[in-house]
Design a protein around this ligand. Structure first.
Ligand SMILES: Nc1ncnc2c1ncn2[C@@H]1O[C@H](COP(=O)(O)OP(=O)(O)OP(=O)(O)O)[C@@H](O)[C@H]1O
Ligand SMILES: [Mg+2]
Length: 247
């Protein structure tokens, strides 16, 4: 798996507890393209990207990565090819250094520092009581949501996988942190297939393709300008997000 092409073909999925969450959804994401995913809370965005990583098995349909049906790929090898930055990244109760190293345990010390610099995490890490050796969690430093997300981005940069998926935090971040995260993301996006679930539409303005999801379906797609011109759901979300409000 080297190009990172993703094909989702008539996929249906629901959690055991209830209704269908993904409804006969099909999309083609060419290798190397940058895709934004937007929609109301509960539309199924996080669920969809979790299906690509096979965290759940789909009920019907197929998902292919580089022409391989993911149900036939061993889960470990699948996950080696996808770097995922979750909506609320959880860090281990280990040092900051080990938390980044987890992206690629064979990486050198310099690689870890370099990844943290690219993720705009290096500076705040140096300001922690024991720098990179500061333990994280109950007995260690408590990091903010934005700091956790930047450590997760550093981990993803170190992992260097062909597919990168970011599930943007829903919590409001201060505008400086938001800017740092967007910059680090830009670096992380080079040369790979990227899916960004965005709550702040400003995050995905320059994406090749934006998918608008509602009730487990894609209801609109196109780049920012095409979707604005279409005067549909996306345009309504965009108009609602004047200033820095988010969905
Ligand atoms: N682990 C789970 N078990 C059961 N139902 C779930 C689970 N995770 C999500 N759901 C349900 O599936 C639907 C889609 O949730 P999902 O998290 O994919 O939405 P989302 O588009 O990511 O929303 P948000 O913007 O709030 O993150 C919701 O109705 C949600 O309640
Ligand atoms: Mg979500």
């Amino acid at each position: 798996m080297t190009h990172g092409e993703i094909i989702i073909d008539h996929v249906n999925f629901g959690y055991q507890s209830g209704d269908a969450v993904i409804n006969d959804l099909s999309i083609h994401i060419p290798g190397g393209s940058k895709v934004g995913l937007v929609g109301y809370s509960g539309a199924g965005k996080s669920t969809l990207v979790q299906l690509i990583m096979r965290l759940y098995d789909i009920h019907s349909g197929k998902i292919f990565i580089d022409q391989q049906d993911i149900s036939t790929i061993n889960k470990q090898s699948l996950r080696e090819n996808v770097a995922f930055i979750p909506q609320q990244p959880s860090l281990f109760h280990r040092t900051v250094y080990e938390n980044i190293l987890y992206g690629n345990i064979d990486a050198s010390y310099e690689d870890v520092i370099h990844a943290a610099q690219k993720a705009h995490a290096h500076e705040f890490i140096l300001n922690l009581p024991q720098g990179y050796n500061s333990p994280v969690g109950e007995r260690g430093v408590k990091l903010s949501g934005g700091q956790c997300q930047r450590i997760a981005i550093a981990r993803a940069i170190l992992k260097d996988a062909p597919i990168l998926i970011l599930d943007e935090a829903t919590s409001a971040l201060d505008s400086l942190t938001e800017k740092l995260i967007q910059e680090s993301l830009r670096t992380a996006m080079n040369h790979r297939t990227v899916i960004v679930i965005a709550h702040r539409l400003s995050t995905i303005l320059s994406m090749d393709n934006i998918l608008v999801m509602d009730n487990g379906k894609i209801i609109e797609m196109g780049n920012h300008q095409q979707l604005i011109d279409a005067r549909g759901f996306y345009k309504m979300l965009w108009d609602a997000q004047s200033g820095h409000s988010f969905i």
